[in-house]
Ligand binder design. Structure first.
Ligand SMILES: [Zn+2]
Length: 81
């Protein structure tokens, strides 16, 4: 139940100027740096970029832990590679 609160932290919809509405967005990994990763948010309606987000190593670990809970189980060996 508390997971719903966590999902509010990540942007699931952003305002798109082309669609002139708040649209669901798709997160795409744009750039990987040693200490952070930069994600691009693409509008699911017109596929244009509506925002970017920097994820630090700490945030990434938290996001991965949460994603692992939500997704199907992945063998640990696959994560290492
Ligand atoms: Zn759009």
């Amino acid at each position: 139940m508390s997971q719903q609160q966590f999902e509010n932290f990540t942007a699931s919809s952003l305002y798109c100027e082309k669609c002139k509405a708040a649209m669901p967005v798709r997160e795409r990994l744009l750039l990987i740096l040693p200490d952070k990763e930069i994600y691009d948010y693409l509008c699911t309606g017109c596929a244009s970029s509506v925002g970017q987000r920097e994820v630090t190593a700490g945030e990434k670990m938290m996001a991965q832990a949460m994603a692992r809970r939500r997704r199907r189980r992945v063998p640990a060996q696959r994560i290492q590679l």
